[in-house]
Structure formats: structure tokens, C-alpha cells
Write a protein that binds this ligand. Structure first.
Ligand code: ATR
Length: 271
């Protein structure tokens, strides 16, 4: 029941009306009897939005495209991982002090550990070099992976990412359809939005012989669909989505929610 003690949480992004986060967090507030709501804020001006968070004492927000990088400069404090990633996806308001975190890379780590069948992966290929790829590369480094390939359309973006992680992980760079790299891959991780709404794939599936295919987006991309029909092990981004929400919810409330219950709360929206 909403009353005058109800705390407000939400998600900031644009576009945002497709987001499953309000459904998931609201269900978890209900399940754990926390007097709070979680709503979607479609934001046009991030600076004003942050002022609004402070003015209205909104207790916490998640942050999504296109504001994860822009919001960093408005934080009063930022945790180490978010600082390294130069991106914040979770903000907690502690008595007027805004603290920024990044739970995306933790979500990816959980998904990777749970989803990959081959426990002796050697050749890891990341496709893409944007913000999502950055979180994935950081997670791989944190998992003690020493060396990866990045395949990207624009070489400059891949070089920038490599330079940012230069002392942490060895990164080799190539073009999107490097047949040799793709056929030797044990895991291919798609960090582009290619094939979300059409049947394009960022790399040629025919070049992939044995790799497990992982995507960070929770709907099956065309790469996932084609890899599945080829008999390859595929992992879409559902578990990453649930896990990043798990860590955000823990930051907001201190409660560790049941991941199956969280999955059940959004499963109809995944179709
Ligand atoms: P995000 O924060 O979601 O990662 P982003 O920073 O815009 O978004 O990065 C998008 C990634 O998808 C980039 O690697 C981009 O490649 P470029 O560096 O060449 O721009 C990749 N991407 C987007 N559209 C693409 C397309 N049609 N073909 C190939 N790669 C594409």
C-alpha cells in the first residue's frame, strides 16, 4: 500500500518505456514487504534529472542508455569499479549524498559463470567496443582472464578500449569477420545491438565452429537465434539482467532477493 512513508526509486533513461526494471523491482518490494515504489523516468536532461533526485529525495535510481557515462560527473561519491568503468548504472541517495555504482559487470560475471558449459575456455572473443563491451571486458579481467580478442567495426573504438585496460588484460584487435579468430573461439560475446530488431548478425555465424554464444541483451538477438539453429550453446542476457538488478536491489535495500522469483516477475515481458 502506498502511503506518506513510501520511498521512491526508479530508472532513468531514454527511451525507457520498454524497461522490465519497474516490474521486477516493484515485485521484489512487495515480496519483501518494503514500503517503496519503482518507476520509469523518461529523461531528456540528465543534469535537471539529478537535481530532481536530490530535491525530491528519491532514494535510488538505476541508469540506462544514454546516461550511464554522463551521470558520473554528477555523483558526490563513486565506487572503485564504477570509476574504472567510467559508467554508473545504480545511484543510491544517502541523506542527500548521491553515490554511484556499477552492477552491470557483476551481472555479466554471474551470467558467464552460470551459462558457460566449457569450464576451460581459452579463446574469448568480444564483439563490440562501446559501453557494454567495456563492462564485459572489465568483468573478464576481474575473473582473472588474461587475454581476449575484440572484434569491432570501427578500429579506433577498439583501440581506445584496449588503451583503457592496457595494464589489466591483454587485448588483441581485429575486424568483425576475422574467420580465423571466430573459428578458434570458445566463447563469442555479442556487445552490439545488431540484430535486435532485424535478422542481421554482427559477425558471420558460418565462421563460428564451436563457440558458445553469449549476448548481453535479454531478448534473443538474431545471432543467438542463428547460433541456436546451428546447435551451438547459446546464452541470452536474461541472467545478466536479473543479476544486475539483484546487486542494485541489495545496494538500495540491503536485501538479497530470490533470483527465481525475480525471473518469474518478468518472464512474460521477455517474449
Ligand atoms: P553500448 O553502450 O550499448 O555498448 P555504444 O557505446 O553505442 O552502445 O556501442 C555500440 C557498439 O555496437 C559499438 O561497438 C558499435 O561499433 P562501432 O564502434 O563501429 O560504432 C557497434 N555497432 C552498432 N551498430 C553496428 C552495426 N550496424 N554493425 C556493426 N557494429 C555496430
Amino acid at each position: 500500500m502506498i502511503n506518506s512513508k513510501t520511498d521512491v526509486y526508479g530508472i532513468i533513461g531514454n527511451p525507457i518505456r520498454h524497461s522490465l526494471s519497474p516490474t521486477l523491482h516493484t515485485k521484489m518490494f512487495e515480496l519483501y514487504s518494503i514500503n517503496a515504489v519503482y518507476v520509469a523516468f523518461e529523461v531528456n536532461d540528465i543534469k535537471s534529472a539529478v537535481k530532481g533526485l536530490r530535491a525530491l529525495n528519491i532514494k535510488g535510481v538505476n541508469v540506462t542508455v544514454p546516461y550511464k557515462e554522463d551521470i558520473v560527473g554528477f555523483m558526490d561519491e563513486i565506487d572503485e569499479d564504477a570509476k574504472r568503468l567510467k559508467a554508473v548504472n545504480t545511484v543510491k541517495n544517502v541523506s542527500g549524498k548521491l553515490i554511484g555504482y556499477n552492477t552491470d559487470y557483476l551481472g555479466f560475471t554471474d551470467m558467464f559463470k552460470k551459462g558457460i558449459k566449457n569450464h576451460n575456455v581459452k579463446n574469448i572473443v568480444v564483439v563490440g567496443a562501446g559501453g557494454a563491451a567495456r563492462a564485459v571486458v572489465y568483468a573478464l579481467y576481474k575473473m582473472n582472464i588474461k587475454s581476449i580478442y575484440i572484434l569491432n567495426r570501427t578500429p579506433k573504438h577498439a583501440i581506445e578500449l584496449k588503451d583503457d585496460f592496457v595494464r589489466l588484460i591483454d587485448i588483441k584487435i581485429s575486424h568483425l569477420n576475422d574467420r580465423k579468430v571466430l573459428s578458434a573461439a570458445d566463447v563469442v560475446i555479442n556487445c552490439t545491438s545488431v540484430g535486435l530488431n532485424n535478422d542481421e548478425t554482427p559477425v558471420n555465424v558460418n565462421f563460428i565452429d564451436k563457440a558458445e554464444i553469449m549476448d548481453i541483451i535479454y531478448k534473443d538477438s538474431s545471432l543467438i537465434k542463428k547460433a541456436k539453429s546451428k546447435g551451438l550453446n547459446t546464452i541470452n542476457g536474461v541472467d545478466m539482467f536479473i543479476s544486475q538488478a539483484f546487486y542494485a536491489f541489495r545496494i538500495f535495500t540491503g536485501v538479497e532477493f530470490d533470483k527465481n522469483a525475480a525471473y518469474n516477475s518478468i518472464k512474460e515481458g521477455l517474449i
